[in-house]
Write a protein that binds this ligand. Structure first.
Ligand SMILES: *Cc1c(COP(=O)(O)O)cnc(C)c1O
Length: 395
């Protein structure tokens, strides 16, 4: 552990991070602080667009633009042809989901931790096509129970779609165990990995997922309004996006449209080149630091935060599961989450509030009020963690 810990040069990464001078930023699950190379990539490209023209700036950046899909592929253990860049994770997820069709009586199996946007789309699919949406029960610790999932499988299950790390706490769902069940039964598996990418090792082979979606702005430290979709090649070969344009397809001489063979058929011709370059810079930055080192340091910081908070009598940790990510959610007795957040903001500490609406199934099952969410990242110091704990003690 110590060895990994030492591999991150904290002075360097903090010198690269303008925000650490202004705030104790413990809101990386909302949007992490971008490092200077990301900022430079975005602003530099925007400047070139204004100086020489948008098409011309893109032409000038051709080489850099061409490496981004490969960088993302390296990050998640895929091949570049299996990656599409999108404007956020929601769009990536919806492009994947909307490319599937369902008949009355088909079943979709999901997790209690499911992100609200995904669940809303399931309900929409249920209303439109009569698909049945069923939630896989949790184990005694509050993580999805793979044995329960295995018992639910039959030939009507058309999709398993779960959230790996929920937005509202430190739970890590057993995504790889779900993957082996999906694979053993030949069922497509769509994994929402938004909160995992950038804080822990992601390998789509180990996970066994056919589709994986993530955002840029969270632990990856990319600009807001960026995300990506991974789709396994054999899934791609039998999948057509619900929405195609002249980038995803072309009209051949016989008047038929022909799709690209790679995952970029899920992209559109027009895109934000500056944020896309920022996303690429963020991925390269994370890879240069090393995901193992990032994961180890996040573990150290999150454990310290959990230990500190659990030593305060009026604090109730809200995380479920046996293993935890660097997202720590909690309540303070008799103080509403929004008031806690307000007081922390006044002390220069950034956290956020997870409302029940962001994870409706879990919030209903656990009767959750809005909870405070603190999410440190590797660039935070032990001192910043302790400052949060002290501020909560005062509250
Ligand atoms: C943030 C989040 C999303 C949505 O990501 P966007 O990039 O905002 O679309 C989806 N799922 C989970 C679990 C999230 O935490």
């Amino acid at each position: 552990m110590t060895q990994h810990f030492d591999t991150i040069d904290l002075d360097t990464v903090r010198a690269d991070t303008l925000g650490v001078l202004n705030r104790n930023h413990l809101n990386s699950a909302g949007a992490a602080l971008m490092p200077i190379p990301v900022l430079a990539a975005v602003i530099g490209h925007l400047r070139r667009e204004s100086e020489i023209g948008g098409y011309e700036a893109a032409a000038e950046a051709t080489d850099r633009l061409a490496t981004i899909h490969a960088s993302i592929a390296t990050l998640v253990g895929a091949s570049a042809k299996e990656i599409a860049i999108t404007e956020n994770a929601t769009v990536a997820w919806q492009r994947a989901f909307q490319s599937m069709s369902f008949a009355p009586g088909d079943r979709i199996l999901t997790s209690r931790a499911e992100f609200a946007a995904n669940y809303i789309v399931f309900l929409q699919a249920a209303a439109r096509s009569g698909v049945l949406v069923e939630v896989v029960p949790d184990d005694e610790f509050g993580a999805l129970d793979p044995n329960a999932l295995a018992r639910m499988i039959d030939d009507k299950v058309r999709l398993i779609a779960i959230t790996w790390l929920p937005t509202n706490g430190g739970l890590i769902n057993p995504a790889a165990a779900v993957g082996s069940i999906a694979r053993a039964n030949g069922i497509p598996y769509l994994l929402d990995g938004c909160q995992a990418v950038g804080q822990m090792t992601v390998d789509v082979e180990t996970l066994g997922c056919d589709m994986f979606t993530a955002t840029g702005r969270k632990f990856l430290r990319a600009p807001r309004g960026t995300g990506f979709l991974y789709m396994r090649q054999d899934m791609l070969d039998r999948t057509e996006p619900a929405m195609l344009d002249l980038f995803g397809a072309e009209v051949d001489r016989s008047g038929h449209y022909r799709m690209r063979t790679d995952a970029r058929r899920f992209e559109t011709w027009e895109t934000n080149y500056s944020t896309r370059l920022g996303l690429g810079a963020a991925v390269d930055y994370a890879l240069a630091i090393g995901i193992d080192a990032i994961q180890a340091r996040c573990g150290v910081l999150a454990r310290r935060l959990r230990d500190g908070l659990s030593g305060i009598g009026s604090v109730r940790l809200r995380d479920t599961g046996e293993q935890h990510s660097t997202i720590v959610s909690f309540s303070v007795e008799h103080v509403e989450a929004s008031i806690v957040m307000q007081r922390l903001t006044r002390a220069g500490i950034n956290v956020s509030v997870s409302p029940p609406a962001s994870t409706p199934l879990d919030a209903a099952a656990r009767k959750l009020p809005p909870v405070v969410r603190a999410s440190p990242h590797y660039y935070n110091t032990i001192g910043e963690i302790d400052a949060l704990v002290q501020a909560i003690e005062v509250i």
